[in-house]
Write a protein that binds this ligand. Structure first.
Ligand code: SAM
Length: 289
């Protein structure tokens, strides 16, 4: 059966047929409104030349839309109870491979090598909310060839991903997103587009990773260790937060002096610095150490 699943009737029908019960621990909220997968596919700019990695296909609702547009779809689903359902709902598509695994245990580089000859993939997902941030961070930090990431997340997480300095939403996630991509929220999605309904609103965010210039791996690690230390205790001044984190070999005086050399006050907090300033501070600390 390749009947469209993006409506309550067909979703209930297939779930009943397989006596499937929703697993809260896997963050299962399936899409039941066809406008949403259409928007996701359009935002991701999927064409026949693309190989798409889908995280958490569920019963295959979004997968069907992806399979119609893409050259190939590789879908990783943790819940083995969904595998027989996906066999039925994706039966009509010869360009879909379903893998029963935990995405957090998969090597993204290996997936790109195996399914796309090492060429960049586009990642698309209606992410399970219990691991949204770890999954996005793993994708960004993987150094796997990823062209773009188009994902449904809680509205509040989408806001954090797009936030700028001096706002309450700004943090390590915003900086990681800014470093790896150009981010754009492309749609707000209300709870009634899902079954079961989540308690919070959602949003689709598109991260375009193409052509981003990354630092050498070691420098990048030091930069993000600094950023994580700065936001680990975000109410503290930067010198106190970094020295107090224990994650970096700098005492508060060293950090204060480096800030001053960059024309910044030693009382500044991490939340006031933009990415270029964190990069300059990481370089300054490294140079003097
Ligand atoms: N894509 C479907 C849709 O839009 O209707 C389902 C989305 S649902 C929000 C999240 C899906 O991710 C569920 O099918 C869930 O079982 C799966 N999932 C949860 N944790 C996962 C993990 N660690 N690795 C792979 N899939 C996971």
């Amino acid at each position: 059966m390749t009947e469209n699943l993006a409506n309550p009737k067909n979703t209930i029908e297939i779930i009943k047929k397989y006596e499937f019960t929703f697993q809260k621990r896997f963050g299962q909220n399936f899409l039941i409104d066809g406008h949403v997968p259409e928007k996701i596919v359009a935002a991701a700019g999927i064409g026949k030349e693309d190989t798409v990695l889908e995280i958490g296909p569920g019963i295959g609702t979004l997968t069907q839309y992806l399979a119609r547009e893409a050259g190939q779809v590789v879908a990783v689903e943790i819940d083995r109870m969904l595998i027989p359902i996906l066999e039925e709902t994706l039966e009509g598509f010869s360009n879909v491979t379903v893998i029963n695994d935990d995405i957090m245990k998969c090597s993204l580089k290996k997936l790109c090598d195996e399914y796309n000859g090492g060429r960049p993939m586009k990642v698309v997902a209606n992410l399970p909310y219990y691991i949204t941030t770890p999954v996005v961070m793993a994708l960004l930090e993987s150094r796997a060839p990823i062209r773009s990431i188009t994902v449904m997340v809680q509205k509040e997480v989408a806001d954090r991903m797009q936030a700028g300095p001096g706002t309450k939403d700004y943090g390590a996630l915003s900086l990681a997103v800014r470093y790896h991509s150009r981010a754009k929220i492309v749609a707000d999605v209300p709870p009634n587009c899902f079954m079961p309904r989540p308690k919070v609103g959602s949003a689709v965010i598109h991260l375009d990773c193409e052509g981003m210039e990354l630092l050498p791996e070691e420098e990048e690690k030091r930069l993000f260790a600094l950023i994580k230390a700065a936001f680990g205790q975000r109410r503290k001044t930067l010198p106190n937060a970094v020295a107090g984190s224990g994650a970096l070999p700098y005492d508060r005086e060293t950090v204060a002096a480096a800030l001053e050399r960059l024309g910044l006050k030693p009382t500044v907090r991490g939340e006031a610095l933009e990415l270029a300033q964190f990069e300059a501070l990481a370089r300054e600390l490294d140079r003097r150490n």
